[in-house]
Design a protein around this ligand. Structure first.
Ligand SMILES: NC(=O)c1ccc[n+]([C@@H]2O[C@H](COP(=O)([O-])OP(=O)(O)OC[C@H]3O[C@@H](n4cnc5c(N)ncnc54)[C@H](OP(=O)(O)O)[C@@H]3O)[C@@H](O)[C@H]2O)c1
Length: 394
């Protein structure tokens, strides 16, 4: 068995450049609309935030009342700003800075939320380092997973109202900020706080999409490599909820945690295949690679062929071994998972632990820990505690 290694995500600028410019464009476009759902929706001018009301109808009407400060000729002369994390060059966590940006306003179908908490997932540091490209130019904002309170509605929005607690994916990859725009969102399950909800969106979407692609159903024996991170923890629990038997691959310190999720744990490294064989002598029905740790040949062997293996993290290996690489742009996102998970959460059958929280100003430390590659569940930034983060700037 090859020594498992942490591979650079193969959908990188460097590797894609080697493969040809057309691959850069294809991968960038695909990733740009993958789990992160970067819909290239730009900040727009529009209504200012409103005070929440209790009545839903009143809240919706209030959301469309504009408060605008105008100059002598009717043009706005005061702009509002919000704090947001951004980087102006690719590099280590030190390139992240907190800046003031114009407050965003929702377009059709979007809502704006006051961000209470924002998840930090592996994609964030890859974008910051420039090893994954969404095609965006520098400077870039950062952050996809968010949870907060709706404070402004775009045209045509009827599913939520101002004042609702929602979680979702920041449309323009600017979730590590005081305000964010969301197209894909759901109401936060009643028993869940903002911090716990902020870790969920991308993990839920990716896990649901990949389990569907692998046809995971009652009776399936599924092997998950990288079973204890954000996506892995979600995939294990959602598969168990579908009635599957799950064998999870993780480090020695996470064996008990995997059991608590409902999986049968094995450790990565030498002997992984033998450990799985001891649990499933005939092999597994399907294997999901979330870690991208260079074990696709072993997963193919255990699943009886490359057709039963899927990876979200090993693009290079997927082409080398004929394994499907899943991303939301090509395969279709599974954002319906956000609304569906509430039932499991309320029944106590799903949770995604938050390993640690950070204030927005310490986003660099969160990136550093994420990049180290051994987060259990998610890291979360705590952004706003109060109702309105918008401040006036001349
Ligand atoms: N293509 C897509 O649509 C898509 C969408 C979302 C994410 N992704 C990718 O999916 C990957 C996972 O994302 P994430 O946010 O869930 O990451 P994450 O939370 O940072 O994953 C950390 C986990 O990886 C585990 N791990 C580290 N080395 C391992 C190894 N050699 N073998 C098995 N597990 C290992 C760690 O377990 P231990 O602590 O036990 O070592 C840790 O629990 C990333 O590469 C991300 O870019 C792809």
């Amino acid at each position: 068995m090859r020594t498992p290694r942490r591979r650079r995500d193969p959908t990188t600028v460097v590797e894609a450049t080697r493969a040809g410019y057309h691959v850069v464009l294809r991968v960038a476009a695909a990733l740009s609309l993958g789990c992160a759902a970067l819909a290239a929706l730009l900040f727009r001018s529009g209504p200012s935030p409103v005070t929440p009301h209790t009545d839903v109808g009143a809240r919706r009407r209030a959301a469309h009342q504009h408060v605008r400060t105008s100059g002598a000729h009717g043009a706005p002369n005061v702009r509002s700003t919000v704090k947001a994390a951004r980087f102006s060059r690719f590099g280590g966590p030190e390139v992240l800075e907190i800046v003031s940006l114009p407050d965003p306003h929702p377009g059709p179908g979007q809502v704006r939320i006051v961000v209470h908490a924002a998840g930090v997932n592996a994609t964030e540091w890859k974008l910051r380092k420039g090893v994954v490209s969404f095609g965006a130019e520098l400077p870039q904002t950062t952050g996809r997973d968010v949870a907060g309170v709706v404070d402004e509605l775009g045209e045509g929005v009827t599913d939520v109202a101002v004042g609702d607690r929602v979680f979702g994916v920041s449309d323009d990859g600017a979730g590590a900020a005081e305000l964010a725009l969301l197209t894909f969102r759901a109401v936060i399950p009643p028993t869940l706080g903002f911090v716990d909800a902020a870790g969920l969106p991308c993990a839920l979407e990716t896990a649901t999409r990949t389990l569907d692609q692998l046809d995971v159903a009652p009776g399936t024996t599924l092997l998950v490599n990288g079973a204890t991170g954000g996506v892995g923890s979600a995939a294990v629990q959602l598969a168990v909820a579908r009635g599957a038997r799950v064998i999870g691959v993780a480090g020695p310190a996470n064996q008990g945690y995997l059991r608590s999720l409902g999986a049968e744990p094995v450790t990565y490294g030498d002997g992984m295949v033998e450990q799985v064989r001891a649990l499933a002598p005939d092999g597994v029905d399907a294997a999901l690679d979330v870690a991208g740790s260079g074990v696709l040949p072993q997963l193919i062997e255990l699943a009886g062929g490359s057709h039963s293996v899927l990876t979200v993290a090993d693009f290079e290996g997927s082409t080398e071994y004929g394994v499907r690489f899943s991303n939301g742009f090509v395969d279709g996102n599974a954002f319906h998972a956000l609304a569906e998970v509430g039932e499991l959460i309320e029944a106590g059958r799903f949770w995604l632990p938050v390993e640690r929280t950070f204030p927005l100003a310490e986003i660099g430390e969160a990136h550093r820990i994420s990049e180290n590659g051994h987060v259990r569940g998610r890291l979360v930034l705590v952004v706003n505690q109060g109702p309105s983060p918008v401040s006036a700037a001349g």
